[in-house]
Write a protein that binds this ligand. Structure first.
Ligand code: PLP
Length: 390
């Protein structure tokens, strides 16, 4: 990369430090440029904001509550609040982004929506938004994920979406993204509704923007209830959208520690892991310069986590950057630790979290033990989809 390019990167909306960019074939370059321009021109208008906020209120059910988890707090020895994204329509944070992007897609005249999905929550949220606006929807999903998230597959079908089973690679989220990107390259007139803060610009910026409602609400809520900022905020990390969504409004509040829980699978040293921020190498992966799990030859490698939504070898560029400047910290949580937290939250609070969100609960339980701190955990989704397997 030339010095000039590096200079150009400074202060650009498409880069977070050295991370980000749009590394795509020429056929998508102009599409993504148009999308970035449309995002900047349309999304911040009063008309768009009014429609978006109205749908978040009346369709999604926002604001999501901030709930004081008394029995969990007693167990851990810190004062813990839960941000209840599990109570959103469709059961996870993913709908905040799909409603935002579908409104943009509609204004761009899209007649077909494409999406990838891992846990199925983004697929369900996209199929829901597409049904709401009467737009055709095609969802790419790995064959392994289709088996482990059956309930969400059935929901997507009911919502009228076409599911494309992806058998290549490991049949998980990485392969679904590859397949969706390949289809998009061949059908650039479709609208690709990416579900996490990953991929080429403008997706990481756009998805983070639509998810930042989580942190904005949480900050107002904790200030209203407690009269002060939290000491720490916890979220699980797949591609990074729920985490960046809750972190965003706290980034400039230096006293607030930001923690991400990655899927460590069978352990950080086991090679059966999805802990990209702990173990990944800097490379260009799925259109963006960020971190990715790599094999001995430095090539992108498959991942493993019990949680389909965390089972991804890449990571959004903003998290790679926040880690590099030490603004946020990322820890691996094993499958077993997540399962224990899944059970504990169910028993202590009557809240069955998504197995993805249970990783955030497990990390908070570890780091907050007898600390007497004030903390918020983002419960990114509900666990109905996981009950049968756990
Ligand atoms: C409930 C839930 N939480 C978290 C994630 C991880 O995604 P992200 O890191 O983009 O929030 C997923 C992904 O499918 C999910 O379904």
């Amino acid at each position: 990369m030339t010095t000039k390019t590096q200079e150009q990167q400074t202060n650009r909306q498409d880069y977070f430090g050295q991370y980000g960019g749009a590394f795509v074939p020429p056929v998508l370059e102009s599409k993504l440029n148009d999308l970035a321009n449309a995002f900047n021109k349309i999304v911040f208008t009063v008309e768009f904001q009014n429609e978006y906020i109205q749908l978040l209120k009346t369709y999604v059910g926002r604001p999501s509550p901030l709930f004081f988890a008394k029995r969990l707090s007693e167990e851990v020895g810190s004062k813990i609040y839960l941000k209840r994204e599990d109570l959103n329509h469709t059961g996870a944070h993913k709908i905040n982004n799909t409603i935002g992007q579908i409104l943009l897609a509609k204004r761009l005249g899209a007649t077909q929506i494409l999406a990838e999905t891992g846990a199925g929550q983004h697929g369900v949220a996209t199929a829901t938004a597409a049904a709401l606006f009467g737009i055709k929807c095609k969802v790419f999903m790995g064959s392994v994920d289709i088996e482990r998230q059956v309930m969400n597959v059935d929901r997507m079908k009911l919502l009228g979406a076409e599911i494309v089973s992806v058998n290549q690679g490991q049949g998980t989220l990485k392969d679904a993204v590859d397949a969706a990107l390949s289809y998009y390259i061949e059908h650039p007139d479709a609208y690709y509704l990416l579900g996490s803060a990953v991929g080429p610009h403008p997706y990481p910026t756009m998805v983070a923007h639509f998810q930042s409602i989580i942190g904005k609400e949480a900050k107002n809520q904790i200030l209203e209830i407690e009269g002060k900022l939290p000491d720490s905020v916890f979220a699980c990390i797949g591609g990074g959208s729920n985490a960046i969504g809750i972190f965003k409004d706290f980034i400039n509040d230096k006293s607030v520690k930001l923690f991400g829980a990655e899927g460590a699978g069978e352990g950080l040293n086991s090679k059966r892991t999805a802990a990209t921020l702990n173990l990944g190498k800097n490379m260009i992966f799925q259109g963006s310069n960020s971190l990715c799990l790599a094999d001995e030859n430095g090539n992108p490698m498959g991942s493993y986590s019990i949680a389909a939504g965390l089972d991804y070898p890449g990571i959004g560029p903003e998290h790679a950057y926040l880690q590099s400047i030490k603004r946020s910290e990322y820890h691996g949580i094993t499958d077993n630790e997540a399962i224990a937290a899944f059970r504990l939250l169910s028993e202590k609070e009557g809240i069955i979290p998504a197995i993805e969100s249970a990783h955030a609960v497990a990390l908070a339980m570890k780091l907050l033990k007898n600390k007497n701190e004030l903390a918020i955990i983002n419960i990114s989704g509900r666990g109905d989809k996981d009950v049968e397997r756990i």
